[in-house]
Design a protein around this ligand. Sequence first.
Ligand code: ATP
Length: 588
Amino acid sequence: MGQHLHTLGLGAILGALAALPFLGINDFYLQILFTIGVNYIAAAGLNVLVGYAGQKSLGHAGLFAVGAYTAAIASADFGIGAWTSIGLAAITGAVFGLVIAAPSVRVSGPSLAMVTIGFGIVVEKIVTEWTDIFKGQAGIYGIAAPTFLGKSFTNLHWVIFVGLLSVGLHLLFRSLLSGRFGRAFMAVQLAEPAAESVGISVVRAKTLAFVISAITCALAGALVAQQNQYFNSDFITFNLSIFLLVVVIFGGSGSLYGPLLGAVVLTLLDAWLARWPALQHFTYGALLLFALYLMPNGLAGALSRFFPARSNMAAKPAASGALVAAFTPGNSGAPLLAVSGLYKAYGGIIPVKEVSFEISPGKVHALIGPNGAGKTTLLNLISGHVPEDRGSVIFEGKDITGLPANRVASAGISRTFQNLKLFGHLSALDNVLIGAHLHVGTGIASALLGTPGNRRAETKAREDALALLDELGLGARAFDPANSLPYGLQRRLEIARALASRPRLLLLDEPAAGLNPQETRELGEVIRRIQAAGITILLIEHHMDLVMGISDHVLVLDYGEKIAEGAPEAIRRDPKVIAAYLGVEEAA
Ligand code: ATP
């Protein structure tokens, strides 16, 4: 949504909150407004998890319970004040967010949904059955509410408070999600291996998203408990988890405004359907089935057609020469990469058998071999995408053996993939910005607050990314979705994304696959320019003209073993290499 429209909308909401005391709205409607606010608060955080990081959770009622019971027990059993109780609820929510994030590292998709359902059910059972502490259905009474001028909040105060809190949270999320962190969440959702290849820690991104969603759900729970001044186990049901998820998905997951639209529409619908409880659940089911069929991107997606997109044209590319300026040349003398005794087996298949070789800085190295020789597996072992069984990888004198892919990337190695792994519906610019993740120097606090430092870092990153796109001949397509580019440009965009992480060693897995002769020639030129910028290259390629034309050194793999290495001309004449390619016996 455009900046003006956003300011206007925000102004309208703040104006409505200021006018509220003079409108004489009765308690029934104030309760609905309060519920809209609370549902928005819970859904705004859940949207970060579901819509941005792509982790579906069906157990967030459990986190709502964590917040509600923390606030209830803190105030009713320990006499802790209302404001401190809200803070405690948020902290306890964050801790539980960390706990339920742990399985997301191992499982995803439906399995993760099952794990979160399990969490929700366990919490529901605990608060129902462990009556000594949680008082079950009888509930906890006398929960303290915040005060205003010495008196407990009235419904009017609650609406204004929750409204202001919602506006504050919206501004924080808007800033967070439009920058480095929002891009990292999206990258994790769209292609985990690609996200890791540019230094994004998938584990950290998912954990952060879980913690954010847990905090807002716990906050919502605490606010409901305090506003009611009473809370019992009947609030915590599987239906609540589904309701929160429906708010996000129906509103438009992955859109900043989706949770707001979802909260408004579904809360009103919920209030209207309250007299026909049987209809309520039927309606949520129907909404999920039919509304999403008609509006796959939710209400926000359907409405976005009527609003102008946020202008992307603001940033200008930095001065040309980005490629050269952006990188540190490799250190000379010692090998840049030393691989020794690398071994990987998948059951009886051994794609990499005790392979050793060295890569010298500043050169183009080619890795060739017949189909199935183990080239991609070797590349995956170096880049950390596949763990080795034994052997070592030393990069710039540092042992990087066994490091996960994101840490290999931060050590200075990035890569492209044989089967393109672009972030398809994001723009070419966003793809490159994700590539620059490690170099946009903003922390979570400054990203949330949108500090001037954060804005400067983002602007600089955009300028550099545009310059890099220009340098690789993609400048005119910077704002096009990656998956709308011709295939040759998509391959080049993957190279640009890898370069944005400022590697000293660039691994290219069959960069010419699927390119026509003209595109292949242009690719050769691009590789030469990258080399001239001081970046060492290791490329897997079947296209022999390209290999022989640009490589300084060629390694040959056959059945997982290194059978030859040397200058291209020598390799071309090597009988073992010829035999491997022609499939004849060496002796013959
Ligand atoms: P191509 O040139 O066709 O891309 P390649 O030289 O890159 O081939 P790899 O993709 O590394 O070869 O595969 C080497 C062998 O290892 C193949 O037989 C492949 O089926 C097997 N392989 C690779 N990954 C796995 C895996 N995850 N599980 C089982 N086998 C695997």
